[in-house]
Write a protein that binds this ligand. Structure first.
Ligand SMILES: *Cc1c(COP(=O)(O)O)cnc(C)c1O
Length: 381
């Protein structure tokens, strides 16, 4: 599928063909990973592949693919850059766009590495302001800021903010907007279409979905900003290996299948947990009674595979995790195998001791729900 063919087709069609080169007789559909540090380069370097910290053909295919998913109607107007991890991508945007004396607004309930990033930004003379994801509190601290960083839905609290509204407010004040799109994936929401300047994500999670690689990306609307993010990637060298890039591209083909199955499982699970007396603080943006539902259903096309809830005590949560048979006790989320963890064990997130972040996998829904309900019963006994 060429760029123009990415327009006007469904998500599944787009996902299976995303980023594939034009067919060449006797060549594979998705060319294998190109393992090269340098490329033949006689004479003057006049563009094209030269040194693999800057560009690699395997990334090129993947970058096109992610660009088609994040902004199917934008063609070549959106530039996508892949990174070694989600954090590499996040840092690339923040540290390439901000200068000493600038102010940035970060979520105070976002990804657990953001406080470390915040310390580093502060050390470089950048003013860090924070606001919670839900409730539009970002608006109160936006004046004079250079960049607004949004994470929606937030990890692990699953609050949602109105990207379009915040992006308009930021634009009116001359601030750039970046959205961490990790949890939703581009099939769940398209931040650039909602007015953001950058869609940034960890490809480690749902995007690639098999729990076997780390990856990050930045999709940029503006060519100059893209150039400065690219420059940052070159300086820091936080690049993905060709094997990871290729595996990621291969996994994109099933993104729609995985997302639909896993999101349906997350909803089924949330509905089952709703009736359990020992469960409090149940959150899933796709549950109609969830505080995030109204905004989420306006800006999201899929609600993600993460459900969060709280069990009465730490011990009860630990017994629950231990009793699960189909669910791995592991961090991260978005994989085809369900996983769950007691988030408080890391110490970072501001959540109760019994708080569970649950990532629904691609198991049969009845099996998954039965396993969870049985584990809850066992944890109670
Ligand atoms: C995991 C995660 C990241 C960091 O991604 P890595 O690939 O682990 O570096 C950033 N943001 C969110 C919301 C995440 O869940």
């Amino acid at each position: 599928m060429t760029d123009s063919a990415a327009i006007g087709v469904g998500d599944g069609t787009r996902a299976v063909r995303a980023g594939l080169p034009e067919p060449v007789k006797h060549e594979p559909t998705l060319p294998g990973p190109v393992f090269a540090a340098h490329f033949h380069l006689p004479g003057d370097p006049t563009g094209g592949y030269a040194y693999a910290r800057d560009e690699n053909p395997t990334w090129t295919h993947l970058e096109r693919a992610i660009g088609e998913l994040e902004a199917p109607d934008a063609g070549d107007d959106v530039e996508t850059l892949v990174f070694a991890s989600g954090m590499a991508a996040i840092s690339a945007v923040l540290f390439s766009q901000l200068r000493a004396g600038d102010a940035v607004v970060l979520p105070d309930d976002g990804y657990q590495v953001l406080p470390l990033v915040s310390e580093q930004l502060t050390a470089y003379g950048i003013e860090v302001r924070t606001a919670p994801t839900g409730g539009d509190a970002q608006l109160d601290v936006l004046d004079g800021a250079r960049l607004l960083w949004i994470e929606t839905p937030s990890n692990p609290g699953l609050d949602v903010c109105d990207v379009r509204r915040l992006a308009e407010a930021a634009r009116a004040r001359g601030a750039l907007v970046a959205v961490d799109n990790t949890l939703a994936t581009p099939l769940g929401q398209r931040p650039l279409e909602l007015g953001a300047d950058f869609a940034v994500a960890s490809g480690t999670k749902m995007l690639t979905g098999h729990g076997d690689l780390l990856l990050g990306y930045v999709a940029c609307r503006d060519a100059e900003q893209a150039a400065s993010v690219r420059r940052w990637r070159k300086i820091v060298g936080a690049i993905p290996g060709p094997m990871e890039a290729w595996l990621a591209h291969r996994s994109l083909a099933t993104l729609q299948l995985r997302a639909d199955r896993q999101n349906a499982n997350a909803l089924a699970l949330a509905e089952a947990l709703r009736d359990r007396p020992e469960v409090t603080g149940l959150r899933y943006p796709g549950l109609p009674e969830d505080p995030s539902y109204a905004i989420a259903s306006r800006q999201m096309r899929r609600f993600g595979c993460v459900v969060s809830f709280t069990l009465p005590t730490r011990a009860r949560a630990e017994r629950f995790l231990q009793a699960l048979r189909l669910v791995d006790d592991a961090t991260s989320f978005g994989g085809v195998r369900s996983s769950a963890e007691r988030r408080r064990r890391w110490g970072g997130d501001d959540v109760p001791e019994g708080f569970i972040r649950f990532s629904a996998g691609a198991e049969d829904p009845d099996d998954l729900v039965a396993d969870v309900l049985r584990a809850l019963d066992e944890a109670a006994g």
